[in-house]
Design a protein around this ligand. Structure first.
Ligand code: FAD
Length: 420
């Protein structure tokens, strides 16, 4: 049993690891160096890469049913309270992207509209709102022509609406508008305006809005209940409201564990006999029994793209080396991609990213594959690893949660406590 556990990184993996270790009585410290993928993800929650799921459904003609998830993942997600996940055997979610396509997902932030709950022939209203990120007419046209909507005779219709209360609301960020709807009074005002839209429009089965319905928690369920029909948001692009809602949910969950994120970047993990030492960028040295490395991939800066030509002046780099490095020095850590350690493939000018970075069929591309080589989730004695920083694992939210739970339990001295 390791009593003291340090978790590096507070994305989904680090949060899940902290949750699992705290439940096993570990004394925890959780450090995070900034924003990562979990805070930039617009709100779709997958176990496997969604395009792979969509392709399988198309090719094999399988029904779009949710598969089972490990119990621990379900309990963790439930405690977090930010995401909706259909039960095993229920239909997979169908989300509307702001670019006018419908995509499949294993789950989603609670604010997003799930088309899988609507019946054949459903009519979805898309209110016109004067904001740069929202073109209701174009969106409605794209969504109506999507193959999923066509197969169910689902239509999307842009309708006039007056949902901005103040002139500046057309210009503020989506997060600011979402924050306004945390206020119950403002939400009542919104419901009244949406009620008018529904009255004018006649029959409607759902309302699709932008990512504006609550920042602290998703307020779409409340608005839906008040209006008596599903109201939800479209899936936005990088780094918007769902990420901020994840941050708020994370803070609440950590509060229940009596834990707070300590804002610091780890620079080095090293050993001193049976103990581990973690050096932080502000100079502190933490002594611990176990470390969970959940520092994320390239998006989070947990893995850094550092090609050797950076050292070149007018000619070639002075020597070849691996083009990636970890944000923190960790004993025994070896980076690998597609099953090959990067020290073997070190070169003078780094990889040809135009050839290797992009996903092709089942290959996610170099930038999504690169990570730390692990034995199980262990890098070395007392050092565990989870989430996007692990090499060659799907970079999805539920995968990060699952690996985090396993690593957290193992760091607290209960390896194998989390069943698959
Ligand atoms: C734009 C975008 C869209 C996505 N879409 C989907 C999707 O549709 N479905 C899906 O399932 N998944 C999606 N993902 C992937 C999913 O969000 C990630 O797989 C998951 O959040 C990874 O969690 P993590 O905890 O491993 O890493 P992260 O959330 O990246 O967390 C790592 C944390 O470690 C911190 N850190 C890094 N180095 C250090 C250090 N040295 N010391 C201390 N802290 C450090 C970082 O600041 C960061 O906060 C998306 C990701 C992005 C970016």
């Amino acid at each position: 049993m390791f009593e003291r556990v340090v978790v590096l990184g507070a994305g989904v993996a680090g949060l899940a690891a902290s949750w699992a270790a705290a439940q096993r009585g570990a004394q925890l410290r959780l450090f995070d160096g900034g924003v990562g993928a979990s805070c930039l993800n617009p709100g779709a929650i997958d176990d496997r890469p969604w395009d792979e799921v969509a392709r399988s459904l198309e090719v094999l003609g399988q029904s779009a049913k949710a598969g089972p998830l490990p119990d621990a993942v379900r309990v963790f997600v439930n405690d977090l309270g930010a995401w909706a996940l259909p039960e095993a055997g229920q239909r997979l979610m169908r989300l509307c992207t702001v670019s006018g396509r419908v995509r499949v997902a294993r789950g989603a932030d609670r604010g997003l509209l799930d088309l899988s709950r609507l019946s054949r022939g459903a009519r979805v209203l898309v209110p016109r709102v004067g904001r740069a990120e929202w073109n209701a007419d174009l969106l409605a046209k794209g969504l109506t022509h999507d193959a999923f909507s066509q197969s169910l005779g689902m239509t999307f219709e842009a309708v006039d609406a007056d949902l901005l209360k103040h002139g500046h609301e057309g210009r503020v960020s989506p997060a600011d508008l979402a924050l306004a709807h945390d206020d119950p009074e403002r939400r009542s005002w919104l419901c009244a305006r949406l009620g008018e839209v529904l009255q004018r429009a006649g029959r409607a089965d759902a309302l699709l809005l932008g990512p504006w319905l609550g920042l602290d928690t998703a307020k779409a369920p409340d608005v839906s209940e008040r209006l008596g029909l599903p109201v939800g948001e479209a899936l936005d692009q990088v780094g918007t409201v769902a990420g901020l809602r994840f941050e708020a949910a994370r803070e609440r969950l950590l509060g229940t564990l009596d834990l707070a994120i300590e804002p610091a970047r780890a620079t080095r993990v090293h050993r001193d006999g049976a103990e581990l030492l973690v050096d932080l960028d502000h100079g502190e040295r933490v002594v611990t029994d176990a470390v969970v490395l959940a520092t994320g991939g390239l998006v989070a800066g947990g893995i850094i793209y550092d090609p050797p030509e950076r050292d070149a002046t007018t000619g070639l780099a002075p020597s070849g080396r691996a083009p990636f490095m970890l944000s923190v020095e960790v004993p025994d850590a070896v980076l690998q991609a597609r099953g090959r350690p990067l020290r073997v493939v070190g070169s003078m000018q780094g990889p040809s990213l135009d050839e290797s970075a992009w996903p092709i069929d089942a290959d996610p591309g170099l930038l999504e594959a690169v990570g730390v080589r692990t034995d199980g989730l262990t890098i070395g004695p007392q050092i565990f690893c989870a989430g996007d920083v692990v090499a060659d694992k799907p970079r999805t939210t539920l995968q990060a949660a699952y690996l985090g739970l396993i690593a957290g339990a193992a760091a607290a001295g209960e390896p194998g406590a989390i069943a698959s």
